[in-house]
Design a protein around this ligand. Structure first.
Ligand code: ADP
Ligand code: MG
Length: 441
């Protein structure tokens, strides 16, 4: 029942909230009568979930499990180290070795096996793999960067899991940057900074996710800088992710940026169509869902390049088919995905595209709409029209109207020309990719 609850929550909540608070939870299915025991990675997450989401979780649980009295509770822990059914022994509950107390926060669901390789992520994947095989020796730090939803976190966990598979007991700590920040604030408040620092001394590898979060937080950066140095000197592996190239993150200290450059920085690019389809098929297979190839193509074609959105669409589809008791045919998918796709396309307007394209080429929007046909204007204008066709659900005549009252054949011609050039003109391709990403992020 938990995966189903989760997919509901995912569609109800802003992605950041979902990822920060609900995604890290693990569910223990062994409870009876449809009850649910959730494990939170730490007290912080537990308190938050209890305060803000537990009531809704219980509602959903009752709905999807069919048990009207189903209950849910939450504790700190993880499935891997869930206490074995006590058999009276071990009167002293805390007699376990300190090693066993180490919480990695790694998500075992993310592995190299279930990471679909494509041209867009090959280098990042291979770097993460090498680092996991030779922690502290191959590249330190390893930094993965790229926009949201492209698999950075997935690769990071995969590397952590592989390290621990190779060297059981290795202390790999995964932390989101928010967690680093809030743990540090807590330590400052409670005057326990020494303890805060010490906890990093005993890790063999630190995986810190989304460091762009540190931008503008000077004290956190300073603390992280020291942590970084200590780990680096101790040859402890550091893996970091960032949503763009760190040099481009404003509010990140120069000395930190230069440290990051000591290791290897690799980008993950948005997946191409084939990779998107392959990812969908792989996710479906993993969930035991029968997904026809055509449906995978349909989703891959209609949902941009963000893998998280692809998964969201797949989840929606699976949930709807489940409730309708129908198989996932192309017709069913078309119907079910209509809302998802529309929401996607609506977010981007023609005006928005014109603004972004004009900014990019340092033109004025009025220039794009004007009748002037100089080369410097014509190409950006054609690109903007093509983006409008691809990213909105407006018709050709509507787009023509939006571009200063042009004829729909002009728009059609622009789209054909740009699509042809995209295959042959590298510079145009690069501009296009950047604009596309700017608009779909
Ligand atoms: P990021 O950290 O870059 O924002 P995530 O690692 O959270 O992105 O990826 C978002 C979702 O997409 C995850 O569920 C992840 O498993 C999935 N995903 C991304 N890339 C791939 C891939 N190449 N193969 C399989 N799943 C992927
Ligand atoms: Mg991430």
């Amino acid at each position: 029942a938990w995966p189903l609850c989760l997919s509901h929550l995912e569609s109800e909540l802003p992605p950041e909230e979902f990822i920060t608070w609900l995604k890290p939870l693990q569910a223990n299915a062994s409870e009876s009568g449809g009850d649910l025991l959730l494990y939170a990675p730490n007290a912080f997450v537990m308190d938050m979930v209890r305060a803000r989401y537990l009531a809704r979780i219980i509602e959903l649980l009752r709905l999807v499990s069919g048990h009207e009295a189903a209950a849910a509770r939450i504790e700190v822990g993880s499935l891997a180290r869930a206490p074995a059914p006590a058999r009276g022994a071990r009167a002293k509950g805390r007699a376990a070795a300190p090693e066993e107390d180490f919480v990695t926060q790694l998500d075992h669901a993310y592995t190299f096996d279930n990471f679909v390789e494509g041209r867009s992520n090959q280098i990042a994947r291979s770097a993460a793999w090498q680092v996991a095989q030779n922690p502290g020796q191959a590249y330190n730090p390893l930094l993965l960067y790229g926009t949201t939803g492209l698999g950075k976190t997935h690769l990071m966990h995969a590397a952590g899991n592989l390290m621990r598979a190779n060297r059981p007991g290795m202390k790999v700590l995964y932390l989101r940057s928010e967690q680093f920040f809030s743990a540090m604030m807590k330590a400052l408040n409670e005057k326990s900074m020494d303890q805060f620092k010490r906890q990093f001394q005993r890790v063999d590898a630190l995986l810190l996710d989304d460091i762009q979060f540190f931008a503008g937080k000077d004290r956190t950066q300073e603390e992280f800088f020291h942590t970084f140095n200590a780990l680096f000197d101790g040859k402890q592996q550091i893996i970091l992710t960032c949503d763009r190239y760190p040099r481009e993150v404003e509010g990140l200290e120069a000395r930190l940026k230069s440290r990051l450059a000591w290791g290897l920085s690799v980008s993950i690019e948005p997946p191409d169509f084939e990779t998107r389809a392959a990812i969908l098929l792989s996710k479906a297979r993993a969930r035991g869902v029968e997904l026809p190839d055509e449906v995978a193509y349909l989703i891959a074609k209609n949902i941009g390049t963000n893998v998280r959105d692809l998964e969201g669409a797949l989840n929606t589809l699976v949930a709807r088919a489940h409730f309708a008791g129908e198989p996932i045919t192309t017709a069913f998918a078309q119907e079910a995905l209509r809302d998802v796709v529309r929401v996607h396309k609506q977010a981007i307007s023609i005006g928005n595209i014109q603004k972004v394209v004009a900014d990019y080429y340092q033109l004025r929007v009025a220039d794009l709409l004007s009748k002037r046909r100089t080369r410097t204007l014509a190409r950006p204008r054609q690109i903007a029209m093509t983006l409008a066709k691809e990213l909105t659900s407006h018709s050709l005549p509507e787009i023509g109207d939006g571009f200063g009252g042009r004829d729909h054949t002009t728009v059609l011609h622009a789209c054909r020309q740009i699509r042809k050039l995209l295959d042959t003109d590298g510079v145009l391709r690069e501009d296009w990719d950047k604009l596309f990403r700017k608009l779909t992020e």
